[in-house]
Design a protein around this ligand. Sequence first.
Ligand SMILES: Nc1ncnc2c1ncn2[C@@H]1O[C@H](COP(=O)(O)OP(=O)(O)O)[C@@H](O)[C@H]1O
Ligand SMILES: [Mg+2]
Length: 509
Amino acid sequence: MLSHIGRSVKGNLRKAERLKQTMHVEIDRVTKIFGTLRANDGVSLSLESGRIYAILGENGAGKSTLMKILSGFMPADSGRILIDGQPAAYDTPAGALARGIGMLHQDPLDVHNLTALENFMLGSPEGLLPDRRTARKRFVEQVQRLGFVLSPDTYVDQLTIGERQQLEIVRLLSLGAKLLILDEPTTGISAEQKDMLFGSLKRLAREAGLTVVLVSHKLEDVEALCDEVYVLRRGRVVGHRTLPQPTSELVALMFGGDVQRAPRVPASRGSIVLQVRDLTIPSRRLVVHNLSLDVYAGEVVGLAGLDGSGQREFVRACAGLQAGSEGRILLDNRPVNGASYHRLASRGVAYAPAGRLEEGLVAGLTVTEHFALVTPGGLWIDYRAVQSVAEERITRYNIRGRPENPVQTLSGGNQQRLLLAMLPSRLKLLLLEDPTRGLDVESTAWVWRQLLDRRNNGTAIVFISPDLDEIMDYSDRIAVFCDGRVTILDDPSTCTVEQLGRLIGGKSA
Ligand SMILES: Nc1ncnc2c1ncn2[C@@H]1O[C@H](COP(=O)(O)OP(=O)(O)O)[C@@H](O)[C@H]1O
Ligand SMILES: [Mg+2]
């Protein structure tokens, strides 16, 4: 009898707790600018208790930035967060959590020498000191309530990514999170763990009134879990829908299928320049598996895919920069596996990395010195001759800068022009990573005029880009990388941005 009363009191308490949990969070015209990039551009959205929201968008759309602002990791440049109609002024993650907003990061914290229980106790109001037995009881209860499988005594560094995630969720909830943000939580966890996670989140939303915000570029995850979706593109909210919706509708919003394409000048393909056979690149995660691809003289092959889908490793393997790849790579029918970058360069292969200043150019060296670097003979050469080469290229490539300017003082567009100006004029194979990253429309068009000139003169060009418009506009063929698999589209003109987006997002076209 007593225990029965106890239970009903507890039940009422829980009900009261649930009512108390009701919270309305509004993001109001949030803008965040990095340099010249508007990562968030006047973003507004509204989040109610008990509902599961998706923030959907392709890589670079601004999702993580927005969530870092919402969770106190980063200040906005302008705009506000409102909680229950009142402006919330927190500027740290702890401050956000005190207001009930907790975020689970893409890479959960590592506290190596602690057990799951110790990690759980850490950061709890009482700290590590108080009653371990009470904490253990609370931990086990929470884990069970959420339907997780997690032993309190396992050391954190022994846990899988999925288990660390569960631990982090348990911890955030016990610290009073009423709005839980999960940034790309299904990357690196098993299908089983994903089902468990989604099941728990649904129950938490329905039964405890938790607000869940799932940040994802994966349509299937959004469709499996969420009640509503906000679609972000280039820092702006381009759509807000209640789910379910036809997949094509979401893809169109994500990728902007409305864009009209200019007719492309077709390539006149020559002979095979590059043959890749059964290329496998083992790493912590399998990024390239049994990939075969032929690239012909005079064509542009665009490599599409989300960041980390193996495009970069593939290109670097072809450039002689990726150690430990298996399979065969032939250049003009001759095997070049394991050949150094310099040997490949002497055979007409060039590679331009995405990180212009980190990898392609040398900060501290001037424009002239860069031309000296790529002149045979190295730095022991006629400096005056190099100077005049530099002046001639500056004019020809329309670089806004002087020969004596250190490269780091040039703008991004001019650095990219310099990188292109430094490439040998006759190339068999040109490998490019994100050739127009950070460039304005005009510089992008200029870069592509130069590249298409080279293509028309017989150079084979392989490029990576996160920008689907760029891939569609300039590729004669497209290779889509997703989860270690590659799909080749031989005729991009028959493919829509929606189909491409779906392939990239891990759904078959
Ligand atoms: N700390 C930063 N400094 C400079 N640029 C950044 C920073 N964080 C993100 N960005 C840029 O802002 C854009 C949006 O990034 P992000 O919010 O991480 O996108 P998403 O999570 O949707 O992939 C990207 O172009 C990214 O390169
Ligand atoms: Mg992100």
